[in-house]
Write a new protein. Structure first.
Length: 319
């Protein structure tokens, strides 16, 4: 199978490239190789490569920057995916497009979470109500993709982390080197998602018989950023980080942490329906091995970062 993947240098792009089956003929592109906001580049690349599958991980993901760079965010998150959908339609390719939990506002979800009513988390059929421009542009990208190519698979995920790329785990570890106290938001709740675990769903996501539409693949359990940081630090200590060199973490409210873009108070994605649909595409023994429990993947990610990052490696080596 011939596969075109965009955004190969991003967090998700790197992990999916590494997880690609050996039988794939993979053309992985960065922005210099293929700028999806340029229609002529997309058309030329797809006509020449004629992929059976297009995986789009390219996106404008800087949530705060999107507020002041709305044109750039729109081009990357709406125009680009629409171009890929048209190109996929023209050559009969399947399109796998990744989106975000930030398409939701979270007001209803947080009320439901407070009452422990799990039915109130967001599922695939809930209507998006984004509260920042990043979320709005990603929602509009979803609509464009599915309007042009209803058979496309749109995958919403959340709070991605991995051993590579920019993500909360790497950021927290580097902040821990420099600050004695870290103040972490405790009133935003979501679903940390291991890109390593997400990548294991790739055979199901690309199965020919999988229907088009929106799928949720996000980790569990849901936590706040503060609770996520607590779990990261537990893993760090288990890996040999000296306790006396670990900063104190304090919970704060979002209002105390100035950001250009508002964040959802809760963007908890329910993935059970999508997980069941995807597992139905796989042999039973393979499906049984798949998990979205991010706590099982976090120790591996932390260990890899501590081994591979020279600054972090030095801390553990000093014990």
């Amino acid at each position: 199978m011939r596969v075109l993947l965009t955004g190969k240098n991003g967090l998700l792009g790197q992990i999916l490239c590494a997880a690609a089956p050996a039988e794939w003929e993979l053309l992985a592109c960065d922005r210099q190789t293929l700028d999806i906001t340029h229609p002529e580049q997309v058309q030329q690349c797809v006509r020449q490569w004629r992929p059976n599958l297009i995986i789009n991980t390219a996106a404008f993901t800087q949530v705060d920057a999107a507020e002041s760079a709305q044109h750039a965010a729109w081009q990357a998150n709406v125009v680009g995916p629409a171009q890929l959908a048209r190109a996929a339609r023209d050559v009969g390719a399947t399109l796998l497009h990744f989106s975000t939990d930030y398409v939701f506002a979270g007001q209803n979800a947080v009320n439901r979470a407070l009452t422990n009513d799990v039915a109130e988390v967001f599922n695939e059929t809930d209507t998006p109500q984004p509260i920042n421009y990043y979320g709005y542009s990603k929602w509009q990208g979803e609509l464009q993709v599915l309007d042009i190519l209803p058979q496309a698979r749109v995958i919403r995920t959340a709070w991605l982390f991995s051993p590579c790329g920019r993500n909360f785990v790497r950021t927290i570890l580097h902040l821990a080197l420099r600050q004695p106290v870290l103040r972490i938001v405790n009133d935003q709740r979501g679903c940390p998602t291991s890109a390593l675990q997400l990548a294991r769903f790739l055979p199901a996501l690309t199965a020919p018989s999988l229907p088009g539409g929106i799928y949720h693949l996000a980790g569990s359990p849901a936590v706040s950023w503060f609770e996520f940081a607590e779990e990261i630090f537990r893993c760090v200590l288990a890996c040999g980080w000296p306790a006396e060199r670990l900063p104190r973490i304090e919970p704060i409210a979002s209002a105390a942490f100035a950001q250009a873009a508002p964040r959802p108070s809760s963007s908890i994605l329910c993935s059970e329906r999508s997980r069941a649909a995807l597992c139905a595409q796989l042999p039973a023994e393979v499906a049984a091995s798949l998990t979205l429990d991010w706590r099982l993947s976090l120790p591996e990610v932390v260990r890899t970062l501590l081994r591979s990052d020279p600054e972090l490696q030095a801390v553990c080596a000093s014990t």
